[in-house]
Write a protein that binds this ligand. Sequence first.
Ligand code: UD1
Ligand code: MG
Length: 449
Amino acid sequence: MLSVAILAAGKGTRMESSLPKVLHKISGKSLLQRVIDSCVELNPNKVFVITGHKSKQVQGSISDNKKIQFITQDPQLGTGHAIQVLCRAVKKNEGKLLVLNGDVPLIKPETLNKLLNLHDSKNADISLITTRKKNPYGYGRVFLKGDFIDRIVEEKDCNKQERENQLVNAGIYCFNWDNLSKIINILQSNNNQKEIYLTDTVSLLKNSLNLEVKDNGELQGINNRIQLSKCEENIQNSIKEKHMLNGVTFINKASCSISEEAEIGKDVIVEANTHIRGSTKINSNCVIGPNTFIENSYIGLHCEISNSTVYDSQIMDNIKIGPYSHIRPNSKISSNSKIGNFVEIKNSQIGEESKLNHLSYIGDSIIGKSTNIGAGTITANFDGKKKHQTRIGKNSSIGANTVFVAPITLGESVTTGAGSVITKDSKDNSLVISRSKQVNIENWKRKKS
Ligand code: UD1
Ligand code: MG
C-alpha cells in the first residue's frame, strides 16, 4: 500500500509574491501540478495534498483526481508539523508514505520508483534522496554514519564546518508510515527557525537510508525566482533538445520557448524569439518566426509565419502569414492562402487560395475560395450589442477600403468598389458600389476671409 503526501502549505516567503509558491508555473504548469503528475505515475492508493497558505486558491488550481485528498495545515509550523497534521487527520497510518516537497517540481517517476525499491529491499524506516551540490546553500546537509543517515542539519542551523558538507537533502522521503506515526509527535521546534522540521525524523527512526542521485537538475528545489528560472531553463533545454534530435532547427535556441505538449515536424525552422505554447502541432517544412507566438493551434505543411500571433486556430498547408498579423481564436485559414501584414482575423473561415494581404479586420466571417480582399477591408461585425456574420462568396474581388456592415451576405464572383460601405446583400456576379460620385469643380478658388 502506497500513500503520497505533498507538502504545499507554505507561503514561499523568498518568492516575494502574492501567489503561493507552489502555484508559480514552469513551462505553463504549476509546481504543485507537476509534482502531482509525477507521483500519480506510481499508481498510489491515495495522494494527500497538504495546503495552508491561501489553501482555497491552491486546492482550486488542481485538476480533478479521485485519489487526491486535501489536508489543511493551519497555522504552518514547519514540514514536520505538516506531517503531524496528516497523521492526525488520517485514521490508518499504514503501508509506505512517500513525502514530496511541493517545490521540487522536476522529480521523475523513475527516480521515485528507485527510492521505493531501495526502501522495500532494505525494509527501511525512512529512505530519502540525497545529492551532492557544489553550492549546497539553502539545502539541509545530510550527515551519514556508516550506511545510515545520522542527522540532517538545515542551512540556518549549520555551523561553519557543517555548512561545507555538499551532501544535501532533496526533500523526497519514503517512510514506514506506522513507525513514523509513533515518533512524529516527538518533533520539536528548538532550532533557529523555530519550525518543526520533518528532517529531524532521521535521528528518531532507526533504519534511515539514503539514495544518492546524480543531480541533473531534477532535484532543484524552488525557493526564489532565480531557482524558478533555473528550472524553466532546465525543462526548456530538454524540450528543445528532443525536437532538435527529431529534425527541428532552432536559429537562436535561447530566445525561444516550447511547451511540453507541442509537436513539431521534421525540417521545421524555428527562428529567434518564437514561442510555441499549449497543444500546438506544427507540420513539416514550416518556417516559424522570428518574433512569433502560437498557442493551441494546428499549422499544416510548408507554412511560413513571421512576426505574428496565432491563438486557437487552424492554419492549413502552404500558407504565408505576416509580418505583423494576428489570428484570433476559432479561425481556419484554408490551404494556399496568404495573410499579409497588419491583418486581424477572428472566428472566421478563409477559403483556399484567398488573399488578405494588407491592413484588414475580418471578424465572424466566412470567405469563399480564391477571393481577394483589398487593402484596408473591414468587417463591422458589432452593432454595440451583438456580433454579426459576414459572408463573401468565392472568386470575389473586394476593393480597397471596403466596409461590410454585418450581418451581410455577398454572392460568388462579386466585385466591390474601393471605399464602399456595403449594407445590402448582393447576388452572384454583381458589381457593388456604395459611395458618393466624385465632383471636380474647375478653376476653384478658396474664399478670402
Ligand atoms: C526543505 C528541507 C531541506 C531540503 C529542502 C529541499 C525541511 C525542514 N527542510 O527546506 O532539508 O534540503 O527542503 O528542497 O524540511 N511546507 C508546508 N508546511 C509548512 C512549511 C512548509 O507544507 O509548515 C511546504 C512548502 O510549501 C514547500 C515544502 O514544504 O513546498 C518545503 O518547504 P520549504 O520552506 O521550501 O523548505 P526548504 O527550506 O526548502
Ligand atoms: Mg524549499
